[in-house]
Design a protein around this ligand. Structure first.
Ligand SMILES: NC(=O)c1ccc[n+]([C@@H]2O[C@H](COP(=O)([O-])OP(=O)(O)OC[C@H]3O[C@@H](n4cnc5c(N)ncnc54)[C@H](OP(=O)(O)O)[C@@H]3O)[C@@H](O)[C@H]2O)c1
Length: 298
């Protein structure tokens, strides 16, 4: 199949490209800054920015399926509007080129008023991409465990640096993290299952944990001792983000939307994809150990 991957300089896209090549697909990559991307063997690179629709002309010609893995959050405030506009431009370009399928990796969490601005924006992109003529497949995931994931970076740095942590109430909310290798297996696997076209699925690892469990287990793996967590109900997500900014190298502008999303449960409530794309899911502890090994080998 001819496949285009966007977001290839990002955490997920960078890993998806070699997996698609190994599965026998012809892969093209869309990159904003070609100097920042060293293409893998056999990958065709296109320079393009979804906020500049004229740069998308010709990129999607002959493409059967495109992966939309773009996220403007790294660019700071106003990411909602940039993400909305970028998705709209991409959907129009895909329609004009006659692309059959788009696959989008979104965020897990129950729709409703409690959904954070970040998760609401991820959901809005589902709607924007859903307006195209092609079949859209959406996979919704909670925190992805792997080296380079912004949310895992916060957890790793907090649990390794602080023996005692003051945290907001959200340490008790439930989350179903997933290993990056499992996310990649689902993203590649759905291409071979035609009935997944046009559907929305939830994906998660085998363990449902609280953020407290995640911080404690990661701290134990990293330092050999369990950090002490002290929840403080009055600590707001914004204050926590400033604190994360001080203690880790994740900027407050990235930390705030992620921390804000930690107030609501993010667990899989619909496991239909498991029977369609069987994946031997990675336990949380192994996913963390692999992420740390990958980091050490860099
Ligand atoms: N990481 C997680 O834990 C997690 C969890 C659930 C869902 N997801 C979803 O997975 C997807 C990918 O996330 P990620 O963690 O891989 O994100 P990421 O590491 O922040 O990568 C974002 C990518 O988007 C590209 N991009 C941003 N603006 C662009 C534009 N205007 N035109 C073209 N490319 C642009 C960036 O390219 P530059 O290098 O040029 O900036 C980068 O390659 C997102 O949809 C996210 O919501 C991630």
């Amino acid at each position: 199949m001819n496949v285009l991957v966007t977001g290839v300089t990002g955490f997920v896209g960078d890993r998806l490209v070699p997996a698609l090549r190994s599965a026998g697909h012809d892969v093209s990559a869309l990159v904003r800054n070609t100097d920042a991307y060293v293409p893998r063997d056999g990958v065709t690179v296109f320079q393009g920015d979804v906020l500049e629709p004229e740069t998308l002309e010709g990129v999607l010609a002959d493409i059967d399926a495109a992966y939309y893995l773009i996220h403007a959050m790294g660019g700071g405030a106003g990411f909602e509007e940039r993400d909305r506009q970028g998705a709209r431009n991409f959907a129009e370009a895909a329609d004009a080129a006659g692309v059959d399928r788009i696959i989008y990796l979104s965020g897990l969490g129950v729709d409703g008023e409690d959904l954070s601005a970040h998760l609401r924006s991820r959901r809005e992109i589902e709607e924007v991409l859903g307006e195209g003529e092609y079949d859209l497949t959406v996979l919704r995931a909670a925190i992805i465990i792997g080296d380079g994931s912004a949310s895992f970076q916060i957890i790793r740095q907090l649990s390794s640096q602080l023996p005692v942590m003051i945290t907001p109430r959200w340490v008790s909310t439930r989350v179903q993290p997933i290993a990056i290798s499992d996310v990649i297996a689902y993203l590649v696997g759905i291409l071979d299952v035609p009935e997944t076209a046009g559907e929305t699925y939830q994906i998660g690892g085998p363990d449902v944990l609280t953020y407290r469990d995640i911080l404690v287990e990661t701290g134990q793996i990293l330092t050999g001792r369990k950090p002490i967590i002290v929840p403080v109900p009055i600590l707001t997500p914004r204050l926590s983000a400033y604190w994360v900014d001080l203690v880790t190298n994740v900027p407050a502008g990235v930390a705030y939307p992620l921390i804000d999303g930690m107030a609501t449960d993010v667990v899989v409530t619909d496991d239909r994809l498991e029977s369609l794309v069987p994946v031997d899911r990675t336990p949380f502890e192994i996913a963390v150990r692999r992420a740390l090994e990958e980091r050490d080998s860099d």
